[in-house]
Write a protein that binds this ligand. Sequence first.
Ligand code: SF4
Length: 394
Amino acid sequence: MITAETMLKAKILSHGVSFTPKALEVADRVGAKRQNLVYNQPLGSSKDRPQELLIMGVDRYETVVSCVAPVNDEHIIIDCDASDKLFAEDENVESDISISFVRAPKYYKLLLKNGAPITDYVSACGLDEMNIIPWRGCAISNPCLFCGTNVVTSEKNSIQTAFDLSEDNICFDEYLSLLREAVKIAKNDGCYVEHMHVIIISGNLRDEKLNLQCELYAKIAQTIYADIVDKASEGIIAVTMPPKNLDLLLKLKESGVSKVVFNLEVGNEPYFSRYCPGKSAIGYGHMMEALERSVKVFGKGNVWTNFVLGLEPIAPLLDVCERLAARGVSSSANVLHLDKGNRLDCPVPNFETITTFFRELAMLHKRFGFMPLYCSKALRTSLSNEAFDDRISL
Ligand code: SF4
C-alpha cells in the first residue's frame, strides 16, 4: 500500500517531472521558488525552472518533492485546469490530492544593509530548511561523479563568498556579521512559521584544510545559535566532511552544533571508490571512525550519514545502514537525480527499488529506536519520513 501523495512523490523521484506552459504560467503568478543554484541544477533545465512541489494527501499529510529532471518518457507532467489547479497527467495518480508550487520565501527579494541579497547568505531548501552555505563550490581532490556543484556555482555571478576557495582569502568576521543579519531577517519568514531545519552545508575546502573547515563551521554555529535556537527543530545541523583531527568534534559540539552529518554517499566498494574518488582518498575508514567518535560526542541519533540511492545495490546498502544503526548512527538516502555536470554511468533507480529501500530502512530504524531525519517537507532524505509514517507499507 502506498498513499497517493507519496505515490506521486516516488514517481517523480523515479521518472522526473516536467511542466506544461500553462503550469509554468501559474508558477509565475504564484511566485514559485526557482532553482537556488547553490549546488545543483537539474540536467537540461533552465535556471527558472520551479524548484519544488508541495503535495498534500486527502488526510492533509504534506510532503515536498524536488522537481528533478525528466529521466524517461514516463516522467510526470504537471498541468493545470481553468482555475489554475495543478494536477499530474498520470492515470495512476489519484486526482484528490492537492499539488502546489513551493513559493519563494519573501526574504528572497530582500537586501542586507550593505545592499547584498540575503540569499547570498541563507536560502531555503524544501519548505522549511534554512540553509547556510558559507562558500560555493568544492575543492575536494577529486569530485564525486554525481555532483555538479562546481559547474553550477561557477556560472552564477555576484555571489558573496566568505571563503575564496582558490586564494584562501578569509574575511570571515565580516561574513559572520552579515550572516547574522540575514538569519535574523529570514527566520521570521512564513516558511519557518511551524519550525525550521537549520543546516550549515557546503562543498569542501581542500583536503588538507578540513580541520579549518570544521573550525569555520564552529564559528558560524556560535554566531547564529542564539538567533535560531527557539525555532530550530534539531538545533544546528552541520553537514560537512569530518576534520582530520577528530578532537575538533568536541569544539563543534561546544559551538552549538547539535547534529553532525558526514555523508558517505555510497556504502560499499567498489562503488564508493568509483563514485566518490575524492572521499575515498580521504578515507572510508576515517569517515567511519569520525561517525563513531561523533556518537560519543553528540549522542546516539545525533549523528547522521546520507547515501545517494541508485549508485549501488540496495541489499548491501541496507546492511551498512544496519551496522551503522548498531553503532548509534542514523542514515538515510537521497534518490539519485541527474544534475548538470554529473559524470555518471548509471541510471536513476526505479520506483520499486526506491519504495522498497525506504520501507526497509524505516523498519530498521524503528527497531533501533531512531526517528527519521528532518521532516517530510524538507528535502534531503527523499521518502524516509513517508515510510516511517507508514505511507509506504507491505
Ligand atoms: S564532496 Fe562530493 S558531493 Fe560533496 S560537494 Fe564535493 S563533489 Fe559534491
